[in-house]
Design a protein around this ligand. Structure first.
Ligand SMILES: Nc1ncnc2c1ncn2[C@@H]1O[C@H](COP(=O)(O)OP(=O)(O)O)[C@@H](O)[C@H]1O
Ligand SMILES: [Mg+2]
Length: 398
């Protein structure tokens, strides 16, 4: 047997594994790193978050990624060189972070790397009838494995599409394995660049779980704030949006895109929800609003599309608990809107069920890597994969 396979076999046989989950979302704020001890697999999965951090991206890193990010036309040479470069940068961030935690790389069994999403193209978003859904994450796993000496599982979304899904939201699996409850109806809402939720009916099975993207999370507020307010990367504590007035006509225009009438579940990215999207709505509106009013309206737009997607997919008047994660939960105005729009929901941070809201997505990918090595193929409900599937590709360091 090849020693790599033997090593992987030994890891799979351990009662528990140390898995380093990596998440870099569409917000491009930084690399979330979550060191998890994961015991068991499948419904017997138990996770302890040992350490976590977000390594902020420097302006240079962000600009390089933005040169190819969710654009219709990019330099192929630039895309090619960024694929290993991003992975090498991530490997350095991992080495530095482990050193700061006094943890040696050989104490970590696996890395679970999401990669950097460059383009997400559900069939609804591209014009080619003969092609299906596609998504592209770069920052190749081989370079992370070679750069850290740790076996790396990466590129989870391709298999989901190969099995008939849209490659997202993959949170459905970990949400079920970690958060399903015998008597409580639960919604797990994550507000990153894009917002998505998982609905876990009390005592439901994995093939009954529902999960979908809802539309923008922070992405449009971030893009608008970066463009029109000097020197900031997001509307911290909604300081800008709070000074504006919601414009209902603009709000209705923003909500009129055909994405919102597509059947659930569905996925989307900043390829649609970007500055052009706001600018076109403003042009149709025909009157000029202040940047503050637009930020206030974008905030409400985000909240309404999230709340309506949840209401559309839940039995009417069903009481439920909603556990929130992702950077959007730190936006107080967005959270106020959600409280008002979802009066049947008891809304709390995911920390209430033991999951740190800033590390949640990185933990969920650590769980998918654990499943790839020690679990069984998974089949989630309402989610359009036709067969049970195992996600992630394996990269050995040597
Ligand atoms: N204090 C805050 N006030 C308002 N928004 C915040 C705050 N903290 C974080 N955010 C938002 O969260 C975003 C990052 O969310 P994150 O969950 O990391 O998304 P992604 O998964 O796309 O990287 C930031 O870009 C910002 O919009
Ligand atoms: Mg982030």
């Amino acid at each position: 047997m090849h020693p790599n396979i033997q090593h992987l076999y030994d890891i799979a046989n351990k009662p528990s594994r140390k898995v380093l989950g990596l998440m870099s979302g569409t917000s491009l704020d930084g690399l979330d790193i979550a060191l998890c001890t994961i015991a068991g697999a499948g419904v017997h999965t138990r996770v302890v978050l040992e350490k976590h951090t977000t390594v902020p991206y420097l302006q240079d890193f962000r600009e390089k990624v933005l040169s190819v990010f969710s654009k219709q036309n990019v330099s192929l040479a630039q895309l090619c060189v960024l694929n290993p470069w991003i992975a090498q940068q991530h490997a350095k961030m991992i080495q530095d972070t482990l050193a700061s935690w006094n943890i040696k790389p050989n104490e970590v069994d696996l890395i679970a790397s999401h990669g950097q999403t460059i383009f997400h193209a559900p069939k609804s978003l591209h014009p080619h009838d003969e092609f299906g859904t596609a998504t592209l994450q770069i920052g190749d796993g081989d370079h992370i494995a070679a750069g850290t000496g740790i076996i790396t599982i990466s590129d989870f979304r391709q298999k989901h599409i190969a099995a008939g899904g849209e490659g997202a939201p993959l949170a459905i699996y970990g949400d079920y394995l970690l958060c399903a409850h015998p008597t409580e109806n639960r919604v797990l809402l994550n507000m990153g660049g894009i917002a998505n939720f998982t609905f876990l009916q009390a005592n439901g099975k994995l093939d009954q779980v529902f999960s979908t993207d809802t539309g923008p999370g922070n992405t449009m507020m971030d893009a608008y704030a970066r463009k029109h307010f000097e020197g900031i990367s997001y509307d911290k504590d909604a300081a800008i949006a709070k000074q504006g007035t919601i414009n209902n006509d603009l709000l209705q225009l923003l909500k009129s895109d055909s994405f919102f009438s597509l059947a659930f579940p569905k996925t989307i990215g900043p390829e649609l929800f970007n500055l052009d999207y706001v600018n076109e709505a403003q042009l149709k509106l025909g009157i000029v609003l202040t940047h503050y009013d637009i930020m206030a309206t974008l905030n409400k737009f985000t909240a309404e599309t999230i709340a309506e997607a949840i209401q559309n997919n839940m039995p009417v008047n069903m009481p439920f608990k909603m556990f929130v994660s992702g950077g959007g939960m730190h936006n107080p105005l967005l959270m106020d809107h959600l409280h008002q729009l979802l009066p049947h929901a008891a809304i709390a941070s995911s920390i209430e069920i033991g999951i740190h809201p800033d590390a949640k997505e990185a933990i969920l990918f650590a769980i998918l890597a654990n499943e790839a090595v020690a679990g069984r193929p998974l089949l989630a409900g309402g989610h359009s994969t036709k067969t049970a599937t195992t996600m992630g590709k394996i990269s050995f360091p040597h």
